[in-house]
Design a protein around this ligand. Sequence first.
Ligand code: F6P
Length: 371
Amino acid sequence: MTNPVPTAFRRPFRLAINTGGGDAPGLNAVIRAVVLSALNRGWDVVGIRQGYDGLLDGDGVVLLDESAVEGITHLGGTILGTTNRGNPLRWKKELPDGSIQEVDRSGEIIQAFQDRGIDALVAIGGDGSLHIASQLSDRGLPVVGVPKTIDNDLAATQVTFGFHTAVQTATDAIDKLHSTAQSHERIMVVELMGRHTGWIALFAGVSGAADAILIPEVPYRLDALCRHMEAKYEQGPRYGIVVVAEGSHPEGGEPSFVGEGDDTQNKRYGGIAEQVAAQVQEKTGLETRSLVLGHLQRGGQPTAYDRLLAVRFGTAAVDVVARGDFGCMVALDPPEVKAVPLEEAVKKIKSITPDNDVLHTARQLGISFGD
Ligand code: F6P
C-alpha cells in the first residue's frame, strides 16, 4: 500500500508506536530512534501502552516527545510496556453463561486510531505481534513493522535485535558454570530460550565451549549424548556442560511444555533440562545438575550491536512511513536495512539448517548434538 506522506499538512502527521510480544533488549533504543527521527520531520508521536491494550481498555496512549525518550537507549525492557497474551483479533470474551467466545476487535482498534488522529503505526514485535500487524494492515491500518525477538526466528531478516544480547547473557552464564562444574566433577545441563528454534543455544553453546548442544532442529538420542559425556570424562577434564534449547526433543519424541491446553498462549516450553539431566545421571552414573536461565536472557542492557541495529531499524521504519510504503517490515539484509512485505515476513520461521556455518563449526570442534 503506497501512499506517501504529503509535505504540507493541515496538522502535524501523527505517528504511533507500540511494542508487542515478549520484551527484548533494544526495544527502548528503537522507540527513541523512531521518536527522534519522526520529530525531526515535524511529526507528532504517541506511544500505545501494552501492545494494543492501551487503545482498547482505558487511556493508554501517551505523547512521546524528546524528554520522554531521553536516556533510554541503553535500558532493557520497554517504556511502553508489552504483552504476549491475548490477540485483539481473536479476543477471548466471557459470556454471561461463563463460556468463552472469540471476537475480532480490529474494527475498534482502527476506529481508536482514527479517533485519536493517528495516521500510521510503527509496530515493534516478533512473529505473533507482526502477524497481528499484518492482519490490521490488510484491514486498512497504515502500519510498518520492526522485527524484535531474542529467538532470532524471523526468516525475513538476517538477525533480530535482542538476539545478540541474549547470546551474550547466556554465554556469561555458561562461563560461570564451567568453574562450578569442574570443581564438583559434575555435568551441568542449562536450558536456554528460543521456542521452536535453537539459535540462542547454538551461538551461546559454541561461544561458551559447551561439550554438547541440543537444539530442536537436530532431534537427539540419549545414548549418543551419554556416550559423548562418558568419553569426555575419560579424556578429561572430568566435568561437562550441556546446553539445551527449550524446544529440543528426542528423536521420535515431543518437546517438553509447562502449562495446559492447545492454546500456545497458555502453553510454554520448559522442563527439558531437568529431564535430560535426570536421564544422563541415571544412564551414566555421573553427577548431573540442571538449571533454567529463563527470563534473564530477555533482561538487562542491550549490547552495542543490538543498540545499533535497533536504532537503524527505528530510523528506517520512519523512512518507510514517510515513503508511504505501508504493510512492510524493516529487515537487515547486509549491508542494508530494507523494507519487505509484512505478509511475506510473517509467513516463514527461520530455523537452523544442516548446512548452517555455526552448526558446522560446532561439529568441527567436537561438540555433540546428540545425533
Ligand atoms: O519469544 C521470546 C521468549 O522469551 C521465548 O524464547 C520463550 O519461549 C517465551 O518468550 C517465554 O514467554 P513468557 O515471557 O510468556 O514466559
